[in-house]
Design a protein around this ligand. Structure first.
Ligand SMILES: Cc1cc2nc3c(=O)[nH]c(=O)nc-3n(C[C@H](O)[C@H](O)[C@H](O)COP(=O)(O)OP(=O)(O)OC[C@H]3O[C@@H](n4cnc5c(N)ncnc54)[C@H](O)[C@@H]3O)c2cc1C
Length: 412
């Protein structure tokens, strides 16, 4: 009898994993509590940032955090009532900024990123590639000389690793990007990233492909997982339990409780992000755009213009504070003044953020029937294809072609 495998979570990481497993002949069910709500995989900025292999947080940057938290206009916010709960996570984050760890971090990230784009393409039909992914790079917009100068180190590091970038004058930037009219001190164009034409379309496309490859879709909220020597029981809220032989936990920011059931406590929390998507905007462009000082992304998707980003530490359950979107729109209008007011669909989503900013990719150290694929933080769209490849390799072949030690669930 063929073994049944359940993938929990139908965000892009779960979907691509289910798809790969089904393509290799496995009997797969994909469980999600909602196939209609928009998870992080649908609400993001769509940048496949495969050159982002460097730690996001350094000890130097950490010193700025208290000032950001005190500034009501900053794009990083901490809900006071949640601060206490985050202490263990922040503790692990501070530990991870040890400069001795930097090289190992970069090597680990590079091992994933070097095939990130190819692993996406592997799952797309050739004729669909250009419809869903544009290899058009990303512009970073700097409004102040100080922030441009602060990023000199990272520009040098990227150049040392062979990533190509170009410093662009304000005049040239205004000429190249439709709608961009003011506010720039300098722009930097990074060639080594690609852009989804629509994260929602990518998610829908891959879900359809998974269905067509035989993946069974089950709507259900997983509340508990129980293992015994024979099988694995997945308890669903107000529904009969499911019995399977193997599982993959790919529930994004919501994976921690499920991983607890499987024997590990991990520093996974969420950096909540916000955005608004405006239909029929007055301009379009085809690159990624990040306003660096403002910490927001401005994306031109098939369905409209999306302005979003920010980081809010408030846990998984707090109500969204959509006022943050007004701040983002005002910041975006400092560059793109023709962005219309008071329009668009507002959204809040949960980035799955590991304190050390590395995902969990691999198998349960004592039970190969269980695999983990979550915790991709700000770069889950970038690392979805490569994660799915390595997890399916482990499950089908018992091995994969990179060292997954840095991504182990028991690394803390
Ligand atoms: C504002 C914003 C902008 C971003 N921009 C980018 C970007 O430009 N580039 C990039 O690479 N990344 C970006 N990201 C990050 C990226 O979106 C995430 O890392 C990625 O989507 C995570 O995918 P996932 O499949 O792990 O989780 P999700 O997409 O969150 O999917 C998890 C799924 O699991 C389901 N689930 C959870 N718990 C249960 C349960 N108990 N039972 C059943 N189902 C469950 C949920 O319903 C959900 O569908 C951005 C994120 C945000 C918020």
């Amino acid at each position: 009898m063929t073994k049944k495998i359940a993938v929990i979570g139908a965000g892009l990481i779960g979907v691509l994993t289910a798809l790969r497993l089904a393509q290799k002949g496995r009997d797969v069910i994909l469980i999600d509590r909602s196939f209609t709500e928009l998870p992080a995989s649908g609400g993001n900025a769509g940048i496949i940032a495969y050159c982002d292999i460097f730690p996001m947080i350094s000890a130097k940057l950490l010193l700025k955090v208290p000032f950001w938290l005190l500034d009501p206009k900053a794009m990083i916010a901490l809900k006071p009532s949640y601060a206490f709960k985050m202490i263990p996570w922040f503790y692990e984050l501070v530990k991870s900024t040890n400069p001795k760890r930097k090289t190992a971090y970069i090597e680990a990230k590079l091992s994933l990123m070097k095939t990130a784009l190819a692993d996406y393409y592997d799952l797309l039909d050739t004729q669909d590639r250009a419809k869903l992914i544009a290899e058009t790079g990303t512009y970073y917009l700097y409004s102040k000389q100080s922030s441009f100068d602060e990023d000199a180190d990272i520009r040098k590091l990227k150049a040392d690793y062979g990533y190509q970038s170009e410093i662009v004058s304000p005049k040239d930037a205004y000429g190249r990007i439709d709608g961009l009219e003011k506010g720039i001190f300098k722009a930097v164009f990074e060639k080594d990233s690609a852009n989804l034409t629509s994260p929602i379309k990518m998610l829908d496309y891959m879900r359809e492909k998974a269905k067509a490859s035989g993946v069974e879709f089950v709507t259900g909220n997983v509340v508990h997982i129980e293992r015994n020597s024979e099988n694995i029981q997945i308890d669903l809220e107000a529904q009969d339990a499911l019995i399977v032989d193997e599982i993959v936990v790919a529930a994004g920011a919501f994976s921690r409780k499920l991983v607890n059931d499987l024997g590990y406590d991990i520093p996974l929390d969420t950096e909540r992000g916000y955005n608004v998507t405006i239909e029929n905007p007055p301009f379009e462009f085809n690159t990624g755009i990040i306003a660096k000082d403002a910490q927001i992304a401005i994306s031109s998707f098939d369905e409209g213009l999306r302005v979003g980003g920010g980081v809010e530490f408030a846990g998984l359950d707090a109500k969204p504070n959509y006022k943050r979107i007004d701040m983002m729109l005002n910041l975006a209008k400092e560059f793109f003044p023709s962005i219309p007011d008071d329009r668009g669909v507002r959204w809040m989503g949960c980035r799955p953020s590991m304190a050390d900013d590395l995902p969990v990719i691999g198998q349960h150290p004592r039970d190969k029937r269980v695999s983990f694929a979550f915790g991709h933080g700000h770069l889950g769209m970038t690392m979805a294809g490569v994660t799915a490849k390595h997890i399916s390799n482990l499950i089908i072949d018992g091995e994969t072609d990179i060292d997954l030690t840095p991504f182990r669930v028991d690394r803390f």
